[in-house]
Design a protein around this ligand. Structure first.
Ligand code: FAD
Length: 295
């Protein structure tokens, strides 16, 4: 099932991101978590590629497992650290596994990396062109950044490149996490003004530990609202309270988004089925999506 068709039904969608194991020994526990998340029957599950140390070889395997559970799925693919042959092989593997959706990403630039080396893809748009050439039926997603990509010189320039990705055939966009919805509303307005009319999935990260908050800021550089910081200051030392508060904060963000007409929510699950389940349960009457069980 193509994600763009799921997004175009007019219904509210809740999709969920998982990540593959870092090592083969971690495969079983990650597989269990992913199966728990797929059992919740989100609109689709997306599986990262090499992000956070996850091993890229497992992305297709995990995505295929989700598909085999009857849940639409998307494989992420990054291009900056790979040569053309590796990218072609990955696209072939994705197509052969019956995966119809690919999130086309550049990936973060590794330290000391020569981005101008021959045969290298330098931006996601080149990967989008490559997917189009090798797998024209694929539905392609792209990443976008409500607070601007850290490397972009300006918000305007960043949006210009997003527009180029969409013109190149990116069917929908998923945002980086944000903790203040006004940042998303403002960004969506600017995207529409720039002629970017594809669905823009709102990326919500339930933060349920103090360490997760610190890591999220470090990785994304996103703004932490005072209300959010106060929550972590108050509950960060109490795991049970922090978990509950984090679920409530993410739930409130989603309720506000849906109240303001946003239909597509993407949950960064951090491979925690119980947290995804709690959020889904909190909003089941609002979304009309039954809260399944992750057990
Ligand atoms: P690009 O679209 O190439 O943009 C990167 C920068 O280059 C931006 O500043 C942009 O303004 C600029 N730019 C774009 N095109 C051009 C151009 N033609 N000329 C000049 N400048 C240009 N990382 C992983 O490693 N694995 C994952 O699975 C993963 N999943 C992600 C999922 C989501 C939803 C998001 C938001 C991010 C994800 N990332 C992942 C992180 C992502 O790889 C990094 O943020 C990376 O630094 C940028 O990737 P991109 O695809 O947005 O790059």
């Amino acid at each position: 099932m193509k994600i763009i068709d799921l997004l175009n039904t007019g219904k509210i969608t809740i999709s969920m991101e998982v990540f593959p194991p870092k090592t083969s020994t971690a495969f079983d526990s990650v597989e269990k978590a992913v199966r728990g998340i797929a059992a919740l029957h989100p609109t689709f599950v997306s599986c990262t590629y090499g992000a956070g140390g996850g091993t890229s070889e497992y992305t297709v395997k995990i995505t295929k497992e989700v598909l085999d559970m009857g849940v639409p799925a998307m494989a992420h693919l990054t291009c900056i650290s790979s040569d053309r042959d590796t990218i072609e092989q990955q696209i072939d593997r994705i197509r052969e596994a019956g995966i119809e959706n690919i999130l086309a990403l550049r990936g973060d630039i590794p330290q000391g990396f020569d981005v101008h080396a021959p045969h290298r893809f330098q931006h996601a748009i080149q990967l989008i062109h490559e997917i189009h050439a090798l797998y024209p039926e694929a539905c392609i997603g792209g990443a976008c950044y409500p607070e601007k990509h850290p490397e972009a010189a300006s918000k305007e320039e960043d949006i210009l490149h997003i527009r180029e990705k969409v013109d190149a055939g990116c069917n929908f966009l998923t945002t980086q996490m944000f903790f203040d919805n006004s940042i998303y509303y403002n960004y969506l307005y600017r995207l529409r003004e720039a002629g970017v009319m594809v669905p823009v999935l709102a990326g919500i990260m339930p933060v349920t530990t103090r360490r997760q908050m610190e890591r999220s800021i470090q990785l994304s550089g996103c703004i932490i609202p005072a209300r959010f910081k106060a929550m972590v200051d108050m509950f960060g030392g109490n795991p049970g309270a922090m978990k509950q508060a984090g679920i409530i904060y993410a739930t409130e963000q989603i309720v506000d988004l849906i109240s303001n007409g946003i239909r597509h929510i993407h949950l960064y699950t951090m491979n925690k089925p119980e947290i995804a389940e709690a959020i889904l349960r909190n909003i089941s009457a609002i979304t009309g999506i039954p809260a399944g069980s992750s057990d």
